[in-house]
Design a protein around this ligand. Sequence first.
Ligand SMILES: [Zn+2]
Length: 603
Amino acid sequence: MSQTSTGLPTREEIQAEYKWRVEDIYANEELWQVDFKKIKDDLPKIAEYKGSLSQSADKLAACLKLRDEINIICGKLFAYARLHRDENSADAKYQALVGKMEGLLAEAGAATAYIEPEILAMAEDTLSAFRNKPSLADYNFYFDNLARQKEHVLSPAEEEILSRSVEVTQASETIFNMLAHADIKFPELTGEDGKTITLSEGRYRSLIMSSDRRVRKDAFSGLFGTYNDFRNTFAATLAGNVKKSIFYAQIRKYNSTLESALSEGNIPLAVYTNLIDTVTNNLAPLHRYVALKKKALQLDSIHMYDLYTPLAKEVTFNIAYTEGQKLVRDALAPLGSEYADILNKGLTSGWIDVYENKGKQTGAYSWGVYSVHPFVLLNYNDRLEDVSTLAHEMGHAIHSHYSQANQPFSKSQYTIFTAEVASTTNEILLNDYLLKNTTDKQKKLYLINQYLEMVRATVYRQTMFAEFEKDIYDKAESGETLTADLLDGMWHELNVKYYGVDITVDKEIDIEWARIPHFYWNFYVYQYVTGYAAATTLADKMLQEGVGAQQRYIGFLKSGGSDYPINILKNAGVDMSTPQPVELTLNKFSYMLDELEKLTTKS
Ligand SMILES: [Zn+2]
């Protein structure tokens, strides 16, 4: 079943077996209202514990358990409202429920805000005596994690000022978003079909891949030329955001902004610096890829606007949903029979909302609902990337399933650092499976091209971003002013370094830093690389080593948020504080380049 965007079915027209069962959360809205009222009643109860947490272990345990219960129920209430709303955003009823829930979540946040400062203020020997009590056993990791932050928490009055300052200090990011996503206007250009189109960020992504060089060059100059017109404003918003992060890091007594950002997940600094060093030492395969592209596209000189051009012709796969499910099942067989059973359950028991319908939320996501089951939103449309998305989102969903089935609520939430490992491992296994089982040369070329572009965009490009981020913070922390000229120069040099001597690093690219929203997320992007490298390593181990590696992997999925991400991954068999995972990933990239060369040279 596939639809054009004009002829979308209504939600009622979709068969029940392709729709998720939100009724598994609440069978009807009356039951939702009952729980909503229950939380309203519970909030004054949790406020009553204020000031008494150090009295006894039982009191502390009762308070934390009540908070868990509130969070679990709020999770169900919110999911029910949001999932229904995403089925059809035009439905005002669920819009209203989402609004009500946002209000309730804010109330719950305010009612429980005293808990952590109060625990942190407790005398150390009191807390360590409490911690030995069985009633608090589920909270051992929570206490450890909290204690780590103790030296970075300020007095209540200072904390109050800091929390009120956020509204003011986020102005740089708000202005960036307004300029980049609302006010900026891109020029018109002539498309592949000779028709005039107005350039946009969204359109740029497909235009830059055009096989018509004139089109991609025009899109490139049009996009970056426009950003360049606002270069000083963009430099000011980025510099303002950097100053904001430095301000909070210094006030919280961290040695650097990077250290402050990594401390959230207790990630060692070496993970970040090793990543940049390892990629720096392994740029040769990327340079080779650039040279190969130049040759394959028959160019005298390769420019920045040629980088995204695919080396393989677009291949239509046309994979019906039943067939897509089968591919995912087969590709994920290395994860073992228990995983296969859960996958099967997910595919057949109302976890997934498969097809597009009028008003449905676009894209895809997985949403774990504690004590119910995960939900997966898809917009499946028979393309290969839809099968990949199914594998990816089921990776998240099964990770949630395992975490929630094996951990108490207090340890069930996994971090971003590990989340994308579970989903990407599935994508990598699918890609490997398809490559092994595809004999058609064009399809094979297409798959290899997809793989190479994935590694270029995820590993090389995001590490370049991570290096840029580190460099601008180093400069700002040592007192330099981040001007447009300085940022342009740094970006240019990084492009020369990463893409090598074969490419002409066009002047226009220098302003590219201005369009990257992630630079406002404060040392976030490196996790795309670490996640991908960890997933590559774990998938490789399962394929090479079999059962032992597979059981360690399932152990990783079961561990949820019961330990720091680096330890969880180490137990699974991948040590992110060493260069090996990134090296292995780039060796595989190199191997795939060989495969590509073999396929393109012999005819
Ligand atoms: Zn994901």
